[in-house]
Design a protein around this ligand. Structure first.
Ligand code: AKB
Length: 339
């Protein structure tokens, strides 16, 4: 008998770390972790198995379903917004073709099992694209269907993959004779703001100035913040991001009125983060040195997002506001980590 498992792609990343810890400590899920790099040693004992491999490797994915009955997929693997701009075509392959491979696997698994496989997909505020700073300051909290004009390859990939999720869950092979008669994937996506974790630092994102400022200050390292002080975007700490993924996975499908949900916690400027960091680490060596290219990207992202649909449909509420995020989670944990 094949065992029921939860598949996590991009398991070595920031969200992967938090999610694996959560699932291992709070559920009896058998975790199969997949990443292009060997899984961090600290995570290995928490997983049933870990596989080093590429989501573009069809043979590898084929072998996965031979060996496991996959009930839920957390598809976390992706190339983030800054990194993707250095090689947009490669990013497209990984972010889009990789996602399609997993969606296809999920549909096939759903049909074999006679039950929909849940596909939990972290999308991003990068799916939005505001035309200029005037609009950015005037539009307020954006709703899921507004300003869907991303300017980065990563943002385009995320938005398109949300649509692919809708296609694979409702219209896949819509001309086939048995269309509608078989189970399809149960796709659910979250649009995350910039994420900040006390345990890991991000690589290749453009919201990274927030976490990088904090971690550099705690390590006593110099840091050049690459956006202007007044630059504002929404953020969320990792425990809330994990909570959002878990809550969305758990909720009964009948309560969901859409496939893609904004979630947010607090909106702050780079200057706000600088002030909080300096108060906690008075010797921090941080200065602002704007990188015009990365600034242009952040300028297209909204100052805040409207997460009322998530609040109404599945009772979403972050546990951490700005005050609690920094003073009860980030600063104490980071101080301890780099002591
Ligand atoms: C990035 O900066 O690319 C990500 C994101 C906002 O999705 N952190």
């Amino acid at each position: 008998m094949r065992q029921k498992v939860v598949l996590i792609t991009g398991a070595n990343g920031e969200i992967g770390h938090g999610l694996i810890h959560h699932l291992a400590n709070n559920t009896d899920a058998n975790i199969v972790a997949l990443d292009v790099n060997p899984l961090d040693k600290s995570l290995r004992d928490l997983c049933k198995t870990y596989i080093v491999g590429d989501i573009l490797d069809q043979m590898l994915l084929g072998r996965l379903v031979v060996e496991h009955e996959i009930s839920t997929i957390y598809h976390l693997a992706s190339i983030l917004s800054t990194k993707a701009e250095y090689n947009p075509e490669t990013a497209h392959r990984i972010n889009v073709e990789g996602t399609m491979n997993l969606l296809r696997l999920a549909v096939e698994q759903s049909q074999w099992q006679g039950n929909p496989v849940k596909f939990i997909y972290p999308s991003s505020i990068a799916a939005y694209g505001l035309p200029d700073l005037k609009q950015k300051s005037e539009v307020g909290a954006v709703k899921e269907w507004e300003w869907n004009y991303p300017t980065t390859m990563y943002g385009c990939n995320k938005l398109y993959c949300e649509h692919l999720g809708r296609y694979y869950s409702s219209y896949y092979r819509q001309l086939s004779a048995d269309f509608g008669g078989t189970e399809t994937v149960d796709f659910r996506a979250l649009r995350f703001p910039g994420l900040i974790s006390a345990e890991t630092t991000p690589t290749g994102g453009t919201s990274d100035f927030g976490p990088e400022m904090l971690h550099a200050a705690a390590k006593g390292e110099e840091y050049k913040c690459f956006v202007r002080p007044e630059t504002t975007i929404p953020f969320m700490v990792m425990p809330d991001a994990i909570k959002a993924l878990i809550d969305l996975e758990k909720v009964d499908k009948s309560r969901l009125t859409q496939l893609v949900y904004n979630v947010t916690s607090f909106s702050v400027s780079a200057q706000d983060i600088f002030n909080i960091v300096l108060e906690a680490f008075p010797d921090a060596k941080i200065r602002f040195a704007v990188d015009d290219c990365r600034q242009r990207i952040v300028d297209t992202w909204p100052e805040s997002v409207d997460d009322s649909a998530a609040c109404e449909d599945w009772d979403w509420q972050p546990d951490y506001n700005c005050e609690r995020s920094f003073h009860e989670y980030l600063i104490p944990a980071i101080q301890k980590r780099y002591q």
